[in-house]
Design a binder for this molecule. Structure first.
Ligand code: ATP
Length: 343
């Protein structure tokens, strides 16, 4: 990859690690961001997202691993990258009395070829607030100003960290529209977030970070598909059946991961053509189903499942283990996801 290669990745991070004292914040993280993508870095609080993007931005030096941004080394080539990478970091604050237009003019003066502040006011929906002091802006307006400041150098890559944290749903949606407009203007975006809805709505691809490591990479749909094994089917026979009859019918059905009977209701977790396979298997045993209900995994379920660590077990949802109160089929009980998924 060279600085002049317009087709190469915008970010290439390989085997990055970083510790703070005894805290291993980032462990062997590799990711590649393509030109024009909105690339999400998604994970729980403390997962290592900010440390990862700070290494990519050249604000922290990795203990191990390499980073290239636009073909440059963020630490060694910091001056050159300053012109090409825009940063909006958590908790950015400005002097209370600084006015919106003054802030943009000030930041524009740092660059050789800045964007027109008036264009940024329009893009970010801040024209009516151009003369307002920072302290008089709403939370959403402050966030949009911080994005405008990240864009004033006309960056090729914008890194936006927890952009919508603390915003109400309306302001959040307005900010999402702004992010899409920025991408449409040709800027590649790395978006750090712990909000699944935000990642699902905006991101072309997501790196799911858990415990400092990459738990999965893919499109939102691909990441949801990783937990397709976590579909949950509930079926009530039209006449009561012995537990052994219901569980025995499912023994050997390939898409079934786990099955249990509780109060006459059969609960089955699995993937693939789960509904069809289960209903056919029951039918073969002469069991008719009066009532059937299927829950599909969402990105939120995938997030909970894939970011579950030993110190923070899954909280629930379709991805959580099925009830243990009922009886499980011996052929399938205990089948749990153990591998690190890659899409
Ligand atoms: N400057 C620091 N000194 C010591 N420990 C730190 C420092 N910065 C982060 N950490 C620790 O490193 C780990 C990863 O933190 P990091 O901020 O990268 O996570 P994050 O995913 O961005 O979290 P959040 O969403 O809460 O901002 C956490 O355990 C955090 O407490």
């Amino acid at each position: 990859m060279s600085t002049t290669d317009p087709t190469g990745p915008v970010v290439r991070a390989e085997h990055l690690s970083k510790s703070y004292g005894r805290t291993r914040a980032v462990i062997d993280v590799s990711l590649t961001v393509g030109r024009g993508e909105i690339y999400g870095v998604l994970g729980r609080n403390g997962a290592g997202k900010t440390t990862t993007v700070e290494m990519i931005a050249g604000l922290r030096t990795p203990d191990a691993g390499t980073v290239e941004v636009l073909g440059l080394d963020p630490t060694r080539d910091a001056a050159a990258l300053h012109e090409r990478v825009g940063l909006q970091l958590q908790e950015s604050a400005l002097p209370d009395r600084l006015r919106v237009r003054e802030a943009l003019d000030l930041y524009a003066s740092f660059y050789a070829d800045p964007a027109d502040p008036a264009d940024l006011l329009d893009l970010l929906g801040l024209r009516a607030k151009a003369d307002a002091a920072f302290k008089d802006l709403s939370g959403g307006q402050k966030q949009r100003l911080s994005v405008a400041l990240a864009l004033v150098g006309r960056p090729e890559l914008a890194i936006l960290d927890e952009l919508t944290t603390g915003l109400d749903p309306h302001a959040r949606r307005e900010t999402w529209a702004v992010v899409e407009a920025i991408r449409d203007a040709g800027v590649t975006i790395m978006l750090v977030t712990h909000l699944m809805e935000e990642a699902e709505r905006l991101c072309d691809r997501i790196a799911l970070i858990a415990g400092g490591r990459v738990a999965a990479v893919g499109t939102p749909a691909q990441i949801v598909a990783l937990t397709q094994g976590e579909q949950v089917l509930r079926a009530r026979p039209d006449v009561p059946q012995a537990d052994d009859v219901l569980l025995g019918a499912l023994a050997g059905v390939p898409d079934v991961v786990d099955a249990a009977v509780d109060d006459g209701v059969l609960t089955v977790r699995g993937g693939g053509a789960l509904v069809q396979d289960v209903l056919v298997a029951l039918d073969r045993r002469g069991v008719r189903v009066a009532d059937v209900h299927l829950e599909r995994a969402s990105l939120e379920d995938a997030f909970v499942t894939l970011t579950a660590t030993d110190d923070a077990p899954p909280a629930g949802g379709a991805a959580a283990p099925a009830t243990t109160r009922g009886r499980r089929t011996p052929a399938t009980a205990g089948a749990r996801r153990t591998s690190t998924p890659e899409v």
